[in-house]
Design a protein around this ligand. Structure first.
Ligand code: ZN
Ligand code: ZN
Ligand code: ZN
Length: 337
C-alpha cells in the first residue's frame, strides 16, 4: 500500500508523525558527520527522522543517541549485513526475533525455520561451527528409537546431554537411556526386561565383494541384519554386498547359541573354510566368522535347517525346549550386538 499521508513518514514499516519545530544546526551537522541526513522531527520532541547515506533508507533516532553516539547504527544496513552473513552461513534471514535483540529467525536449507543468535550465525559463516537443524535432528533420533520399538519423548530430565527420555512402545515404560545405546541396541528395558538377549533376533548370511571378483560370506546373528549389512559391517558404504538369508530366531541368546553351533560345525566339516582376517580387514569391520565363497551353499543349507527347526519349535511347546548343557561346558563370554 503506497504511503500517502503527508503528515507522517513511513520508517521501517511504521508511520511516524512529523512534528513541528526547528531542525537545529547542531543536529544537521551531527547527522551529516555520522553518515546521515536530517529529514524531520518525528513522533515527539525527542526523535528525529534520518536518511542513511549508505542505503538511502529512513531511520528513527532519538536526538540523544544522534548527539552522543560515535556511530549511530542504521537498522537497514544492519539487517543487510545480517542477511549477507546468513547467506554465507547457508541460511536465509527471515525476520528478527521481536523478543530479543540477539536473535533472528532463519530459513535452513532443509526448509525448516530456525531461531538463531546473530553471533552464532556469524560463527557458522566463518566456518567455526556447523549448522544443525534441531527439527531434522530430532526426526533422526526419533527414527533411531522407532527402529528399536522405542519412542523418543524428550531431552534427559536429569540434563545429561548423552541421554534422552524414551518410552518403550510395547510395554509403555519410560526410561533414561544413552542415545549411543539406543543406536546400538545395547540396553535392557527396566520395565519388561526386553534386551538384545531376550528380544527376537536373526541368524544371517551375507555376501561381500571385498575386491573385484573376490567375494566372502559372513555368517552371524543380529537383531537387525539389514542395519548390520548397510551400516555396521562395511567400511565403505559403496562396497557391493547382499543379504543372502535371514532367519528369525526367538531371542538374542538363542541366536548367539545357534550361531556358535553353526560355526563349530562348519569349521569341523570344512577345515579350510575360514578366510584369514588380513584378507578382508580393509573392507569389513569384523575380525572373524568370514568364509570362502564356495561355502555359501553349505552355510545357506545350515540356515534353512535352523529355520525349519525354529518353526517347529514355535509350533511346539510354549517353553524353551533347549537341552541342558553338559556340566563341563566352558563358561561363555557374553557378546552384545
Ligand atoms: Zn543504511
Ligand atoms: Zn530441518
Ligand atoms: Zn519394556
Amino acid at each position: 500500500m503506497p504511503h500517502t499521508d503527508p503528515s507522517t513518514l513511513m520508517i521501517h514499516g511504521v508511520p511516524e508523525q512529523i512534528m513541528p519545530g526547528a531542525l537545529h544546526p547542531q543536529w544537521v551537522e551531527a547527522a551529516r558527520a555520522k553518515g546521515f541526513e536530517l529529514v524531520a522531527r518525528v513522533r515527539n520532541r525527542y526523535n528525529l527522522a534520518l536518511r542513511c547515506k549508505t542505503c538511502g533508507e529512513l531511520v528513527r533516532k532519538a536526538v540523544y543517541v544522534l548527539m552522543t553516539s560515535d556511530r549511530p547504527l542504521c537498522a537497514h544496513c544492519l539487517e543487510n549485513a545480517w542477511a549477507k552473513t546468513a547467506e554465507a552461513a547457508g541460511l536465509r534471514l527471515l525476520r528478527r526475533d521481536p523478543g530479543t535483540t540477539q536473535y533472528a529467525f532463519y530459513l535452513a536449507p532443509c526448509g525448516h525455520e530456525i531461531r538463531r543468535q546473530f553471533e552464532f550465525v556469524r560463527r557458522i559463516a566463518r566456518g567455526e561451527v556447523k549448522h544443525r537443524c534441531e527439527i531434522c535432528h530430532a526426526a533422526r533420533e526419533a527414527a533411531e528409537a522407532a527402529a528399536r520399538d522405542w519412542e523418543l519423548m524428550s531431552a534427559d530430565p536429569e540434563g545429561d546431554r548423552g541421554y534422552r527420555l524414551y518410552r518403550h512402545s510395547s510395554c509403555g515404560t519410560e526410561a533414561r537411556i544413552a542415545r549411543a545405546n539406543m543406536q546400538t541396541g545395547r540396553f535392557t528395558c527396566p520395565g519388561c526386561g526386553e534386551s538384545w538377549a531376550t528380544a527376537p533376533s536373526h541368524l544371517y548370511a551375507m555376501r561381500f565383494e571385498i575386491a573385484p571378483g573376490k567375494s566372502v560370506v559372513k555368517l552371524g546373528y543380529s537383531r537387525d541384519p539389514r542395519s548390520r549389512l548397510d551400516h555396521q559391517l562395511p567400511r565403505d558404504k559403496d562396497l557391493p554386498r547382499q543379504l543372502l538369508c535371514s532367519v528369525p530366531v526367538r531371542s538374542g541368546t538363542r541366536a548367539l547359541r545357534l550361531e556358535r553351533k553353526l560355526h563349530k560345525q562348519l569349521k569341523a566339516a570344512h577345515p579350510g573354510a575360514v578366510v584369514p582376517t588380513a584378507a578382508y580387514a580393509g573392507a569389513l569391520k569384523v575380525k572373524s566368522e568370514i568364509y570362502r565363497p564356495e561355502f555359501e551353499q553349505p552355510i545357506l543349507r545350515a540356515l534353512r535347517r535352523v529355520a525349519r527347526e525354529e518353526v517347529r519349535a514355535a509350533k511346539g511347546t510354549a517353553t524353551d525346549p533347549r537341552p541342558r548343557r553338559p556340566p563341563h561346558h566352558p563358561p561363555r563370554r557374553k557378546r552384545q550386538r
